[in-house]
Design a protein around this ligand. Structure first.
Ligand code: ATP
Length: 349
């Protein structure tokens, strides 16, 4: 079902944590709310769940205004980071619990539990207790318990963050498949850009209680709305150089390069992604630099280059070999250069 948030504000005392949130999540969509710690994303999710009241604004699920509706009547299922399983109940009892509360007859309940367990590959574990399961298995129980209710909306708060890296990657793809199969509208909160980029149909990036951009993962990467989004998405992060524009040239510290943008302007930040830069001979570069450090990352090499007082990271081939302090050139395409107003963070180009 579609979820609509309009002009949602939330304050705790004098502190405003969500400021004018407007967001429509389409029926069946997987929307990820992404942002740094404390940006207000969990609070936003908890308001949709009804676990937190709104200070002002409206929340609709489908056509129904649920702004003042109790959580249990909103028809949403929430999955938490902590799983929140009942330790004294078996897996089957945990999954069945929401149906038991609704007084669903036992036979129907058992069928639903088996169906949900099969979806998350837990059939063999139905008689175990949570303490006898791995983190990934516990998380699957929490998902099955959410699924069994057949809610209109899934709300997930960092559901994978307690798992180790390998399991997290595995559960990520399981979750993506599951959501696609069930087609249930999902709002998923994380501070992990990889989760956001891989899971989402669309990502809403928040900072300090304000949505910075809502777009597909590809658009966010290729066409960031502002300095914050540009710096938040990408690993290693986008390189930023502080300088000014004049006569079609961007000048910074000890370097300058043509950018083809007319007009004079101070306080400009140029952004170039490490993967868009190439190390060349000193005479062929658009910027002259020295090699500061080299790190072999397995399938690629990160070369940190020093230009006067500034540093720029280049993602180079795994076979790249340079000596420390070796003079080099750095080159990149015109289209790889993003320009921002340093003060407002607005994109100039
Ligand atoms: P994290 O990823 O760390 O959970 P977040 O983006 O989800 O961060 P929120 O949990 O939504 O952020 O918190 C946003 C801000 O609101 C934080 O500064 C937090 O301290 C504050 N906050 C959250 N809940 C309360 C509360 N019940 N009372 C007072 N302040 C709160």
């Amino acid at each position: 079902m579609r979820v609509t948030l309009s002009q949602i504000h939330k304050s705790f005392g004098a502190v405003q944590v969500v400021k004018g949130l407007d967001l429509t999540i389409q029926d069946g969509e997987f929307l990820v709310l992404l942002g740094p710690s404390g940006c207000g994303k969990t609070t936003a999710l908890r308001m949709v769940a009804g676990l937190e009241s709104v200070t002002s604004g409206r929340i609709l699920i489908g056509e129904r205004d649920v702004t003042n509706v109790l959580p249990k009547y909103r028809d949403v299922a929430m999955v938490f980071q902590s799983y929140a399983l009942y330790p004294h109940m078996t897996v089957a009892e945990n999954i069945a619990y929401p149906l038991k509360l609704r007084k669903v007859p036992p036979a129907e309940r058992d069928a639903a539990v088996r169906g949900a367990a099969a979806k998350v590959h837990l059939e063999e574990f139905l008689d175990r207790y949570p303490r006898q399961l791995s983190g990934g298995q516990r998380q699957r129980v929490a998902l099955a318990r959410a699924m069994v209710r057949r809610p209109s909306v899934f709300l997930m708060d960092e559901p994978l963050s307690n798992l180790d890296a390998k399991l997290r990657g595995h559960m990520r793809s399981e979750l993506k498949r599951l959501q696609a199969e069930l087609g249930v509208t999902t709002i998923y909160v994380t501070h992990d850009q990889v989760e956001a980029m891989t899971l989402a149909h669309r990502v809403a990036i928040m900072n300090k209680g304000v949505v910075q951009q809502i777009a597909t993962p590809r658009e966010i990467y290729e066409d960031p709305a502002n300095l914050f989004v540009a710096g938040f998405i990408g690993s290693p992060p986008m390189n930023f150089l502080q300088g000014s524009l004049s006569g079609g040239t961007f000048a910074f510290g000890e370097g300058r390069f043509a950018v083809g943008v007319e007009g004079d302007r101070r306080n400009v930040t140029a952004g170039i992604r490490p993967e868009d830069c190439t190390v060349t001979s000193p005479s062929n570069g658009r910027i002259s630099a020295r090699v500061y450090s080299i790190e072999l990352m397995g399938d690629h090499t990160l070369v940190t280059c020093q230009i006067g007082q500034e540093y720029l990271t280049v993602k180079a081939d795994k076979l790249a070999q340079y000596a420390m302090d070796e003079p080099i050139g750095i080159t990149f395409k015109d289209a790889a250069v993003f320009l921002f107003d340093s003060e407002s963070g607005e994109r100039i180009r």
